[in-house]
Each structure stands twice: as structure tokens, then as C-alpha cells.
Design a protein around this ligand. Structure first.
Ligand SMILES: *Cc1c(COP(=O)(O)O)cnc(C)c1O
Length: 492
């Protein structure tokens, strides 16, 4: 399997292999990597994967799916990396990503039982093991530099802690993360994890990462890398739980569903990484009906799926909301989907993202014929949720089912319900819907208290983490100071 960039001519045979792009973010031309074509599974192959999942479990399912995309890691090594990653101990459940019925025809799939209680663990835990394996094989070292407002940073640190060959330097805006998120990150005592609390806001942290990465001499001397959501390996790892969710609903349902029946997913979305993995699963042949993109007040994506206009927001128009992990001004993975939508026309993709978005701040596909069959060909639809929708949804789920859901998952349930109850064009009932649960309520306690007047349930392993000793360095928002600090740690 070879990988190509969304912005270069699609010449078969010229692409790069999985391990060559594993440690990279953007392709050199500024595009995103995608496989030169998606492996296509026929119904028998999907049937067989269901058997693998039911008899051997999630880790073996992950191995089967990953091996379709990775041909430069020996199969037995790839399988042990999967078995080491997806354990009940790490993910709190034998099924790893268990599905439960919430109400008739609407299921919730928990992606939020990993070490940091957010869905990013699903991919990041695998990435940690893949990085350690590849760095050892090639004798390289890697210094990951990141900026976080909460979820990404903690998922990266919990995935990389104690890994040989890797150091993590994670900047975060001082005193701006939730108390729980700070405690999660700063209580890590591992020698390869460096927390840096920057005096400033999240954008200051991001600017530091950008200017350090722009210093190519520094970047290469200290092997600076990132783990942001455009990394292809992260996206690939996420494809697996769409299969696992599908198989669980098929076997749970009391109606006459069987492999081949259609199932839909609703995905609380920000950078479009999670739902893009659903798109890949559908392209591989998993019988997905709709992919419902749920946004919060930052509705760049909802606007595109409704109008064909993709318009990035400036800082003033990017809102701070109560589902903060979806607060985005542009969706960094979206280019991957647009490339597929445009029948993989890299010239046009380049025009839209490298020119129109940069020069005009938007592009418009409303008159484009491919946009016309978007729903039919790709299943994509969308919806939007606000602070008051979020509170109401958290309240109704608690009242009716005695379950607490987090604000991001609530955005998903709100939008999913609109699609499940809207009048259909046909007389058929809508396909079963799976809402992806992307975090646990404890991470966003203040919104839960606002909605329900009670504190969220805290998983027992997190009792008392706020009182643990902290390992964090305070620093002004000064690029040179951060560079000096990295240099000093690498010398020790
Ligand atoms: C990151 C995140 C999202 C958004 O996922 P994308 O892949 O960026 O679309 C949603 N919910 C939670 C809790 C997250 O951490």
C-alpha cells in the first residue's frame, strides 16, 4: 500500500509507505496523506471480520484492518502491537469500545474509557506503541512538541509516557484547562514527559509550536515532531471502532438485522478526524447509511454540508463553548474528504485549500455536480447544537435513562435525534443510529453541574488526583526560552 498527498498528481507507484509517513504530519506539498486507493471488502470479507471480532476480540479486528493498509511492518509484529494496545486493562472493558442501547433505534458507542477518558486515546495509545517500535527499528529519537487546550495533550502524554526514544514537550495555557485536565497531565512523573504552562492563551501555545517547527535547522537537529490529528496513523486506528460498533449493533438488535444491513453513525466533530475515519470505513465497504456530522456553535462543517460553502472563521468568530474540544476555526482533516468528493482531483483540491481558502477565506462547491450527490454517494449530513441544546440533552438523558453524558456526546445525541425522528422520504424506518461517545462527563464537570445540579461520577482510578504532586514548568510565551529548554533536556 502506497500513500499519496491530496495536493499532488495521483501517480500510482510513486507514493510513500506507511512507516515513512508514520512520524510525519503534512506532506511536503502541504497536503494530507491518503492511501492511493481504499482496500475494498466484499460481504464475505466483512462477514469474516465479524467472526474475528466475536471470537478473538477488538485487538485482532484492529490487526486485520490495519494489515490492509500497512505492508512494511511484519505481520506478527503488527499483531503484537495491536494486542499490547487494545487491552481491557487500558480501556476498561473487554469490548474496548462497547455499544449500549439508549432508546429505540439509537445506540451509544463508548470511545471514552481509555486512560484520559476521551476518544483520542483510541488512536493515540496505538500511536505510542507504533512510534516506539519504529524508532527502535530505525535507531531514531523523536521530540514531540505540542500545544493543547486539554484532550489532545493528555492523550498524547498518556500514550507516550515511558516510551523509549520519545520525549513529549507539551505546552498549555497556564490556569486555563479544567482542574481535572490539569491534574491529569501535571501529575505524570515520567522522565520523558515535560509539561510547560505558558503564560498566555491557547493561541500563544500554538504560535510557539509553529515558530519552532518553522526553524528547519532546529527542527531537524532535535528531531521535532508532532502528534496532531492529521497524522494518518491516528485516523487509520479510528477506522476500527466503526467496524466494532457495526458488528455489535448487528448482533444486539432484536429485529432481522444481519451483516449487510445499513447502520448510521453520528459523530461530535471538530477537526473532522473522527468522522473522516467513518468515511474511510464506508469507502472500504462497511454498510454505513448516514454519517451525521454534529457540530457546536462553531459550525463551519454544518455550513458546508448544508450549503456547499466552506468558510473558515477568524479568531473573533471562533466561539469558546461548553463543548471545547470541538471549538475550531477550520477543520484540519476536511481536505481528505474533499479530495475524495472531487473524485481525487488533486489540482482542484490544491486550488481550493492552497489558494481559495488562503486568499479569500472560503470556497464554494454548491454548483459542483459532485456536491449534488454528496448525500447519496457518501452519506454525509449534518446538524448543529448550542449551549442550551447541550444542557437540555444532558437533562433529558439523565431524567429518562439515569445516564450522564458529556457535553460533546450531548451535541451528538441532539443532532442524531433530529435525524431519527424527522419524517423520512420513504415509509421505511430509519436505520439504527450509533452516537459516538467522545468523552466522559467528569472531564467537563462544570457543565454537568450547570445542567443537573450534581457532580459527575468519577471513575475510581481518578480519586484524589488533584492532590498529587505536580510536574510542570511555568514559562512566559517566549519561543527562544522553549527552544533553550528543549536543547537543555536533550543534552542531559
Ligand atoms: C477531539 C474531540 C472531538 C472532535 O474530534 P475531531 O476528530 O476533531 O472531529 C470531539 N469530542 C471530544 C471529547 C474530543 O476530545
Amino acid at each position: 500500500m502506497r500513500y499519496i498527498s491530496t495536493r499532488s498528481a495521483n501517480t500510482a507507484g510513486e507514493g510513500r509507505r506507511f512507516c515513512e509517513i508514520l512520524l510525519e504530519g503534512l506532506a511536503p506539498d502541504g497536503g494530507l496523506y491518503l492511501p492511493e486507493k481504499y482496500p475494498r471488502l466484499d460481504p464475505q470479507a466483512i462477514d469474516r471480520l465479524q467472526g474475528v471480532f466475536q471470537q478473538k476480540g477488538y485487538a485482532d479486528l484492529a490487526y486485520e484492518i490495519l494489515s490492509l493498509f500497512i505492508d512494511d511492518i511484519p505481520p506478527e509484529d503488527l499483531r503484537s502491537l495491536c494486542l499490547k494496545t487494545y487491552t481491557a486493562k487500558t480501556f476498561g472493558d473487554d469490548l474496548i469500545a462497547p455499544v449500549r442501547l439508549l432508546e429505540p433505534n439509537l445506540y451509544i458507542q463508548a470511545l471514552s474509557n481509555g486512560p484520559t477518558l476521551a476518544f483520542k486515546d483510541m488512536a493515540m495509545q496505538l500511536l505510542g506503541n507504533l512510534f516506539e517500535y519504529q524508532l527502535a527499528r530505525s535507531g531514531q529519537k523523536l521530540n514531540i512538541l505540542g500545544a493543547t487546550s486539554g484532550d489532545t495533550g493528555s492523550a498524547a502524554e498518556y500514550a507516550m509516557r515511558g516510551k523509549r526514544g520519545v520525549r513529549v514537550f507539551m505546552t498549555s495555557p497556564k490556569d486555563r484547562m479544567s482542574v481535572f485536565q490539569q491534574a491529569q497531565m501535571f501529575s505524570l512523573q515520567d522522565e520523558n514527559i515535560f509539561n510547560i504552562a505558558v503564560e498566555g492563551v491557547f493561541d500563544d501555545c500554538q504560535d510557539i509550536v509553529k515558530s519552532v517547527s518553522a526553524d528547519l535547522a532546529f527542527k531537524s537537529k532535535f528531531s521535532i515532531g508532532t502528534v496532531n490529528s492529521i497524522n494518518w496513523a491516528r485516523l487509520l486506528a479510528q477506522v476500527v471502532y466503526y467496524f466494532a460498533g457495526y458488528f455489535q449493533v448487528i448482533s444486539k438488535s432484536h429485529s432481522d438485522l444481519r451483516v449487510g444491513s445499513l447502520v448510521s453513525f453520528t459523530v461530535p466533530s471538530g477537526n473532522f478526524g473522527n468522522v473522516c475515519a467513518g468515511h474511510v470505513a464506508k469507502m472500504m465497504g462497511l454498510p454505513i447509511d448516514r454519517l451525521v456530522v454534529a457540530t457546536n456553535e462553531n459550525d463551519v462543517l454544518d455550513e458546508f454540508f448544508k450549503t456547499g460553502i466552506y468558510k473558515v472563521r477568524n479568531a473573533q468568530n471562533t466561539h469558546e463553548t461548553s463543548s471545547p474540544s470541538m471549538d475550531i476555526s477550520k477543520a484540519s482533516n476536511f481536505e481528505r474528504f474533499v479530495f475524495d468528493l472531487l473524485d481525487r482531483d488533486s489540482v482542484l483540491t490544491n486550488q481550493l485549500f492552497a489558494q481559495d481558502v488562503v486568499a479569500k477565506g472560503y470556497f464554494d462547491l454548491s454548483k459542483n455536480k459532485q456536491f449534488g450527490d454528496l448525500r447519496k454517494r457518501f452519506g454525509f449530513v449534518s446538524g448543529r447544537s448550542t449551549h442550551s441544546d447541550r444542557l437540555k440533552t444532558i437533562q433529558s438523558v439523565y431524567k429518562d435513562y439515569q445516564q450522564m453524558i458529556d457535553p460533546h456526546t450531548a451535541d451528538g445525541v441532539k443532532v442524531a435525534r433530529e435525524y431519527q425522528t424527522a419524517p423520512q422520504n420513504t415509509s421505511q424506518t430509519p436505520s439504527p443510529m450509533i452516537v459516538l461517545e467522545t468523552a466522559l462527563p467528569i472531564k467537563f464537570a462544570s457543565t454537568i453541574v450547570e445542567a443537573l445540579g450534581v457532580e459527575p461520577v468519577r471513575p475510581s482510578q481518578f480519586n484524589g488526583i488533584e492532590a498529587l504532586p505536580r510536574r510542570v514548568l511555568n514559562m512566559p510565551a517566549d519561543v527562544q526560552r522553549i527552544k533553550d529548554y528543549i536543547e537543555q533536556q536533550c543534552a542531559d
